[in-house]
Structures are given as C-alpha cells and as structure tokens.
Ligand binder design. Structure first.
Ligand SMILES: [Zn+2]
Length: 538
C-alpha cells in the first residue's frame, strides 16, 4: 500500500514537472535567450500578420510559433502589440563626411531613431559622404552605437576631391580617378553611389559623367541613389535622367525623397511615377523612397543659382561682396522664390542659423513682419541673402501637396526614408522628420488616413529597402534572420514632432531589439549599443 502510494506520487503532475525540468536543463543550449511573446507578427514581406511568439538565440531569430512551453532567459510580453522587423532608413544623415561630426558618433544612442523603431540607417547621401569608406567604417567598428549603419559613397565628395568645386567636364584622367574611387568604396563595403545634383558640385556634372561613375557601383552589386537635379520645374526631366543613368550604367536607379516641389506642379507625381513604371516594364529596376511630409529641409543656399556656388563657399562670399554679381544673384533668388516657392516668403523657414539663432523657427515673412517691413519677394530675397552671408542657415521649405505625398506613398516601389539625422539637442528648430518620419507613416497614413495597410507600410520600411540593398538576413521576421525587431502599438503609435516645435520623440514604440539585444524596453532606453557596421556584399 505505501509502495503503491509512492509510485503514484512519482507519476503525479508535480513529479512529471520535475522530470521535464531536468530534461530541459540537460538541453540548456536550446534555451532561448529571449522570447517576444503573444504579439501579432508581421513578416516584413507584406504577408498578413500571425499571432506567434518570436524565439531568439543570440543575435538570430530561431523560431516563430507558439513557444509558451519553452524556456527563455528573458521574455518580452507583446500581447496586443505589433511585432515587426526593425525599420530600415535608406536615406539618413546620421553620418556626415566627418567622423567626429557625425550624428551617430556624437549621439550613439540615436534615441530619436530608436523611438521610431529604426534599427538601421544608411548615410552618405545626396552626393556627400566620407571619401575613404573603409577607414570610416573601421573607425565606426570601434565605436559602440545603438543602431546599424551602412554607407553610400557620394559623387559630390569624389568629384570635389579630384577636380575641386569647378563647373566643367572632367578630363579623361580625372574621370578614371573618380571611377577608381567608386571602385575602392565598393570594395570597402559601400552600398552604391549617391548623388546630389541640386547641390554643387553635383550640379556641375553632366549625365554622361554620372553614367560612367555609376557603372562600377552597379558592377559591384550596388545601386545609384540620387537627389535628382530638380524636384520642381524640371521634375520629370530629372526623374527621366535618373532612370537614364540607371539604364545606361546597368545600376538600379533610386529617386530618393521623391517629391513634387512648387504649387504650380502639384499633381505631377502621377507622371513621375508613370516614368518609374515604364522603366520597370523595360526591365530597369527603378524605385524611390519618401519622407511623409509636405515640407523639405536643406540649406538656404538651395535658393541660389549653381553658378554662384562654383568654387565653394568662400567663392560665393566673394561674389556676394561684388555689387554687380550680388545684383545678379539677387535676381536669381527672387526668381527662385517666385518659381519654386510659390512667391510666398512664409513657406521658407529658418531651421538653424548658427550665427543668428534668434531667427530659428521664423519664416522669411515673419522676419520681415518682425522688422516692420512689407512682406515682398524682393525683401525676402534680401533677408535670405543676408543670412547666407552671415553664417548661413538650414531651412524648412513648405512646398508640397498632400495628394502627391499620398500618391507617391501608395506606389508599390516607394520605400519610407527619413532624410533626417540625429540632431544636436537644444539647437535650432529642425525638420520634424528627424523625430517622427516612420511613426508618422504608421499614425497618419496607416491608422488615420488608411493610405496604406499596416503590412504594406511595414514592408516599405523593412524588406523593400533590405532586398534593394542585398541585406538577406534583415528586414524580415523569419527563422535565420538577424533579430532586429520592433514592438509597437498600432493604435497609439504617434509622431509628436511639429514644424514649430519639433523636439519631441515618437511614442507608441515599446521595445526595440538590435541583433537580439534590447535597446528599448517598455518605452525605456536601455543604454545598450549593439549596432553593427554593415558592409555591402553581393
Ligand atoms: Zn537630399
């Protein structure tokens, strides 16, 4: 009788539990380092979400299924939340040409990005990059940062290093030197060639030069990503040029921050997107990316004609000091404000003027009103020129229509980018895209306006850029993928940065993992810096 009771006790649920525990302890190496449990899992490829747990060992996702019976060193409860691959920003200014000045180096926690769910950012945009990609990336290897960073090599930086800021066609020798620099950058891990043809020296380059320099980028498997020559009056020519460069060089072309600038051209996105569709039909792998705002941001020198900027900033200041040339420049600025800025000085806002911070956040119209002057295009040109002479400003330019933003966003080959960086705290009134671009798509364009479904939006932030850049282990949630992952609440995710008051991080993103390491947990930054330097591999 006592013996029988003893045997029954051994077979009881309690003792089975003990035995199971022992067998699990034996298989300790299959214990998950982290399980994200109970969330609605979006694969990043556009598939419908499934309720599942995501099991991670080290930096990899190893299982996506019901893992409620499994052991884990740590669990994050995602019940009622969306679980998605970490977002990828294909156009970022987290990196400058100077290592020390780069946002990711100065602010390695990248909180403004992490709180949007961004785990990977690509710098070297608009033709402006470090020249020695290998050196820059190896220094970044030694610098712990919170998110992954990759680079494009900039056409403008290469051109300046070979022929200076001169407005002329390169000699054969210069062209081959520039080609070699592109080849080297690709060997060092660049993801392609960027250009900024609305800036100098990019504006001095003819189409043929860009074709020649895009060839080695494409041969190494990279793309050609371009801030096109003109996003306003010559938008369609400029999109066509970008596609031509891609088609002739064999390098996939990308119209970056695709937009339509200037009231007179609103609606033209249906034509620019048609050019992309036609190119794709011909077999040209053209795509674009976009930030979700109706205002852009760049330096006030965008108001100036390229000829005035030839030779660089000191040459510009010399021209502005010469009364004849200054008068010509003034006329060009007036014409630019009329043609490109709707003749409306209230659309041009100072974001950050290092020498005159008192005007940060004010439009040219407000500055004139403040001085008690009439708001005219001529007076606005004068005040803009004075600011440019006096240390310069970055600006915010309200110039696009909501309809174009939405139409471009809906296009299946448009991905989401920020065109933002990691701004210094407490200086200037930067564009809100720095703090809110990705969250704004989820809040305004998915939840409120239903321009995209949530799975479409996530795809545009994850697998679309990842596949574009041959990142085969990122941008998707599946076993084997790197555990870059974001957990957010689709019903509350929100960008909080406003044009007049931008310094507010996004909310509603609760957990962020980079390579399996929590960087954000329950809305709190952990201080971990597990970001990797990404190098392009075919
Ligand atoms: Zn740009």
């Amino acid at each position: 009788m006592w013996l029988l009771l003893f045997v029954l006790t051994l077979l009881s649920p309690l003792s089975r539990g003990v035995f199971t525990g022992v067998s699990r302890a034996v298989q300790a190496d299959t214990t998950f380092s982290l399980i994200v449990s109970g969330g609605l899992v979006y694969d990043g490829l556009g598939g419908k979400p499934v309720r599942a747990d995501v099991g991670i060992i080290g930096d990899r996702i190893v299982a996506i299924r019901d893992l409620s019976d499994e052991n884990a060193a740590r669990r994050l409860d995602a019940t009622g939340l969306a679980v998605a691959p970490g977002f990828i920003d294909i156009h970022s200014h987290a990196v400058n040409d100077s290592f020390e000045e780069s946002g990711i180096v100065r602010h390695p926690d990248a909180e403004n990005y992490i709180r949007q769910g961004v785990t990977t950012a690509f710098g070297g945009q608009d033709g402006d990059s470090p020249l020695d990609i290998g050196l820059f990336l190896s220094r970044l290897d030694e610098t712990p940062v919170a998110m992954n960073i990759g680079l494009f090599v900039g056409h403008g930086s290469i051109r300046t290093s070979v022929i200076g800021e001169e407005n002329r066609v390169p000699t054969d020798g210069e062209l081959s030197s520039m080609r070699e620099l592109v080849e080297e950058a690709m060997v060092d891990g660049a993801f392609g060639l960027s250009s900024g043809l609305e800036y100098t020296p990019g504006a001095f380059a003819l189409t043929d030069e860009l074709v020649d320099l895009a060839v080695p980028a494409g041969e190494a498997g990279g793309i050609y990503i371009s801030h096109i020559r003109d996003e306003g009056g010559h938008l369609l020519d400029s999109v066509a040029e970008t596609i031509e460069i891609g088609e002739r060089s064999g390098t996939p072309p990308q119209i970056t921050h695709h937009k339509v600038v200037g009231k007179g051209r609103w609606g033209l996105s249906s034509e620019s997107l048609r050019l992309i569709d036609e190119a794709r039909t011909r077999g040209v792998d053209a795509m674009s990316d976009q930030y979700p705002y109706t205002a852009s941001s760049t330096g006030f020198t965008i108001l100036l004609p390229p000829w005035a900027k030839e030779g660089g900033h000191s040459a510009l200041l010399e021209r502005l000091a010469d009364s004849t040339l200054a008068a010509r420049i003034r006329i060009d600025v007036i014409n630019h404000i009329i043609a490109e800025r709707g003749a409306d000085p209230s659309t041009i806002v100072a974001a950050r003027c290092p020498e005159t911070p008192e005007v940060d956040g004010m439009s040219l119209a407000q500055m004139l009103e403040f001085q008690g002057r009439d708001v005219t295009v001529e007076a606005a040109a004068d005040i803009a020129l004075r600011l440019i002479k006096n240390g310069g400003c970055s600006g915010v330019f309200h110039s696009m229509s909501e309809q174009d933003v939405e139409r471009i966003m809906r296009h299946p080959y448009t991905m989401i980018s920020s065109d933002g960086g990691i701004p210094a705290p407490n200086s200037g009134v930067p564009h809100p895209r720095n703090y809110g671009a990705f969250a704004r798509v989820l809040a305004r364009y998915v939840r409120e306006k239903q321009v995209l479904s949530l799975e479409q939006a996530i795809k545009k932030m994850t697998s679309l850029p990842a596949i574009r850049l041959d990142l085969s282990t990122r941008g998707r949630l599946q076993p084997g993928a790197v555990a870059d992952l974001v957990v957010f609440d689709p019903s509350t995710v929100q960008d909080n940065a406003l044009f007049g008051d931008p310094r507010h991080v996004a909310t509603g993103v609760l957990d962020v993992l980079v390579s399996g390491v929590p960087v954000l947990v329950s809305g709190r930054m952990t201080g971990a810096r597990p970001g990797h330097v990404l190098r392009h591999h075919r």
